[in-house]
Design a protein around this ligand. Sequence first.
Ligand code: GLN
Ligand code: ZN
Length: 765
Amino acid sequence: MSQWISSNLGYPRIGANREWKKALEAFWAGKVSEQDFLTELKGIRLRHLRLQQEKGIDLIPVGDFSLYDHVLDTSTMFGIVPDRYDYESGPVSLSTYYAMARGNDQAAASEMTKWFNTNYHYIVPELAGANPVLTVNRPLVAYLEAKQELGIEGKPVIIGLYTFLKLSKGYSPSELPSLVERFLPVYRELLSELQQAGVKWVQVDEPVLVTDIPAEDWKLVEAIYEDLHQAAPELKILLQTYFEAAEEYEKVTKLPVQGIGLDLVHGGEANLAQIRKYGFPQDKVLAAGLIDGRNIWRSDLLGRIHVIKELTAFVSPDRLIIQPSSSLLHTPVSLAKEDALLPVLRNSLAFADEKLDEIKLLVELAGEDINVIHQQLAENTKALSELNTSVFRSNFTVREALENVNDSSFKRKSDFSARHAAQQQKFQLPLLPTTTIGSFPQTAEVRKARRQWRNGQLTDQQYETFVDEQTKEWIDIQEELGLDVLVHGEFERTDMVEFFGEKLGGFAFTQGGWVQSYGSRCVKPPIIFGDVVYQEPMTLRETVYAQSLTSKPVKGMLTGPVTILNWSFVRTDIPRSEVAYQIGLALRKEVEALESAGIEMIQVDEPALREGLPLKSADHESYLTDSVKAFKLSTSSVKDTTQIHTHMCYCEFHDVIESIEAMDADVISLETSRSHGELIENFKTQTYDKGIGLGVYDIHSPRVPSVNEMKEVVVSALEVLDPELFWINPDCGLKTRGKEETVAALRNMVAAAGEARNSIKVPSL
Ligand code: GLN
Ligand code: ZN
């Protein structure tokens, strides 16, 4: 019998068949009543709890389930609803809850942003004028439900006050102490009600404590936990950190709580080093995050057992909890349906359900004699070593090519000014050239044809003909609109990463490996499990065909190495940077293939570059250096006259603008609807001296912006940017738009460009 306790931090809501997503969407579409919807969701919630119970998890999280997002659950539980929505007081209605999440006729949705460095997006609480009250004790309701329905003594999960405030907006940093004061009574109430109900452990998530937080905030954090401890002295608080090592280990472990949760996978070495250096307080429980909650790989259980053994030197066995490194929200649900994967790969995977089995196995085996080879351990070791020694893992040609990379592989032949002159000479573009970001409307017709082709109802030939017809139609439209640089429209792609993953070696695709991205939207990231191998041209046929239809330049369109990396599940046996370089090298071959086929403008999109930025600022530089290098590896071999474009969107650019510049693209297009003011402000002090297009209209709405509106954007941008380097384009790709509105908006954009050109007097022209 083991002494250790097993625990989980959160379970995926979406369900093995995405039944959660389907239920939400059916409800939004008015197909089911609120009553039926809530009953259905309760069924899903209880099923997930029962599953964890059957797997033998001792501390099962409750309250992590959500009707949309757990941060929105927290703000609405406190009655924090911005004035623009329909709300007076008391519990927030389901319709107001979803209005905040998704917007409605009266009010726009609340902003959504990334949950730390994951691809999960939460609804940002707006605290301006907030007057928090505990309108309903959600974790308590969840606790009672689990207890009554299933006899589960659950562990309520809440977002800690400090993290909640730090993730919110609508206040200035100096107001933080007064906000803490305002929220503390509600947190006190919440916890003391849990105590009264007999809750034993509550998991209080404070992931912000892994980031570099201002020194003065520490007093606040200490005051918060002092106060909460007094409010509910019998309740055991498990202060949970994850996604990185605790920033101030000594301070965190001294907080007046009964347990500390540490991530021993992401930032695991740093956390372990702190335990070795400072020990672990004798009066607290250590919740050891030993199984990766964010990736899809089976754990090296033997290695993990060694860590447990080491931990027992610092913590007695009855005070050690074994759990995933973070909530399992970030992993797919179950491997049950993945029979189509290569056996050697499938055997090395663990999704949420299998990770719970690993937790249980660790608890069972860690106390046993490690020298007695246990059958399940042997099987685990064998599966991992079979993958590691498989032919997919290392490709000699790729490894050799990477070894031959040298400084010049990352450098264009000439600097930007020489290239710019040569490109101007070649392309003879007008001032303020107009272009688009790449994709054109993926209409129902386009999606249907792709589906039919995938089902075998259309032959390759028929599908190609269909794609070509679409391309031709849109080349004609772009010509008629008078755009200067054209695109083929990306009709052959569903997803900008999947498309390339399917054509490169080293990638695998699951049947049901879905993960929640935001609300009901799920993504199915590819798995990069082997060395990335270039097999054959991936975009040549469509691009060359499009170029054959017009005398204007057509941009080749590729997804960049960093974006492919950040939007995939990545192998962990070699550094991420190495995988990025491998993708960079493969894309370099594609760039070369395009160039030799006469495609002399090539766009390499990097919309996900910023989001991979590590949580700790000390790690930023190496990430950015590697990212820039991977991009440059893919783009640097071309002639001076070949124009490299890149594109980024929906992120904070200002803190990475130097790296953006270092990518040395000839032209960058940036989305600005979210960050316009800020970007322009930024360019006042820090000029950008390569080609740049700031999006002149938001592509998220069917609204057709007026000529004047777009001209205004151009005029204000030209106050800080050089007109000779400025481009005019929409914010992002147009694949989610309809045809009519797209044509109308682009017509206005071209007109706005014309007017802007006329109003600029450039002496050299
Ligand atoms: N070229 C891509 C498109 O237009 C870029 C998409 C993106 O930035 N996410 O769809
Ligand atoms: Zn974009």
